[in-house]
Design a protein around this ligand. Sequence first.
Ligand code: NOJ
Length: 571
Amino acid sequence: MIDFKHSVIYQIWPRSFKDSNNDGIGDIQGIISKLDYLKELGIDCIWLSPIYASPNDDYGYDISDYYAIAPEYGTMNDFDQLLFELKKRGMSILMDLVANHTSTKHAWFIDAYNNPNSEYRDFYFFKEGKNGNPPNNWLSFFGGSSWTKENEHSYYLTSFAPTQADLNWKNPQVRQEIYNVMEFYLKKGVDGFRMDVINCIDKKDGLPDKNPEKKGYQFPDDYLLNGPLVHTYLKEMNEKVLSKYDALGLAEGCLVTLDDAMKYTNPDSKGIQMTFHFDISMLGYGSLGKYDFRKFYRFTTSEFKEVTRKWQNAMQEKNGYVGNFLSNHDNKRHLERFGNIELYYLESAKALALYNFTLYGTPFIYQGEEIGMTNLKLDYSEWKDYEAINSVQAMHDMLHVPLSIAKKIGAYVTRDNARTPVQWSNENYAGFSSVTPWIKLNPNYIHINAHDSMIDPQSIYHFYKKLIVLRKSHEALCTGKFIELNKDHKSILCFKRINDEEELLILINLTKQAADITLDEKLDGIELLHNGLDKELRRVMKLAPYEAHIYQLTKKEEKVKVSLHSSKYRV
Ligand code: NOJ
């Protein structure tokens, strides 16, 4: 199995990564052409978002054939070549396993839909409606009902888009088909899977209404997420497939709780090795997710610290394991949310990177993050993201939010923000393609691009490189214990990472205001890395906005040794 606790993983969202055949869409040969760039950055493993055949209603997360590569991305030969080129460089790959649902263009669904006696009927959830309404009141992740009409009376469950039909994991044949897909790619040499919304695969028996006393669609959280059989299925998947290939399982634990994360990833439970959690990315969102604007997307630094503390402590105490990320293809780029682009662009990008690379858990980088890419406000007519388009309509229809306001909210949160093409250079089309890309390019590629970042030693890119080297040369950063200091400080996050060999201290001002701190303990140490201001470690310090440091602490025994040799004690 890949050495995931010592790895840095890079997410590629292929459509916008690099276009090699000039059709405006990223592709596999484009990825191959950038492997040296990734290797140079220090990446050990890529997580490749879906490249399988798909009508692209949800850009690959709606698969119509698990065994075919989408023609816009290339061929199976291209994919085999990608594997070969990765292995040649000592790199690994996690494929995206989208197994909660298939596209309604998948052969299973087509047969189930067209033929009432189809053996595939029970692969999905077909159900009679109730009094002219859908079978239950579940709210879809993308807004509106979770059910799509099959005919006048009957519906099928679509927890995301209406063209993504949920698979029935209670049917052992469904599970076996998915295990076959996994084996097909494992035999080719992939190293594991990032499992899309895998904690949704055990739906509540009977699919009952959620909070029936309430009006309107209700988010079916505990009826849909983290059901008791999720772990049973993950165990079975491990037994039947993952363990045979020593492959890694990474759950996309959508709204995963601490207990569930533990259950899925604790080695004793023999399931998978790692999960994402969404608590950082959901800061400022209402309880219904990113289109729930009731908190106005505001959150405090104390909340940010609280979430960090909660996950760090729990995972270590209970032997669970997480992947840490700040950006991905489902959220707008993080600099605007957690940093300050206008006043402290470089400082905050580096401070946040330092945060992500010094926590317990495997650090993930989302494409373009390492060069400080930012969000682009797209006009409604330019949106591509079904989630955004449908959620705006749902806000209007269900909550009576005026369309003009709903569109403003949509523009603020749409996933399109993070999906603009990677900016490789300041040449035409940012070196992504030589024709107009499938989605608008951020015009700031003229000054934010990989080529220039690689030349400038002070760039965000070089800071990421340093962090990766540092993490790999200090075991304490990978596996050491997380101990927080100054918990109640309103702006500064301060923690140690400790193992038997060494103690490191991390100090990060997470705000745009300068802040004073008196450390809970008197500590001595030497600076290993800072994001701009070289500063001696003192008990009382003043940190500029987004100032961040990693110190290596002088251990107590060393201090004794030093004092024994000082003139006072010398005999
Ligand atoms: C999570 C994926 O990351 C997202 O992009 C997708 O829309 C949903 N799952 C549904 O597959």
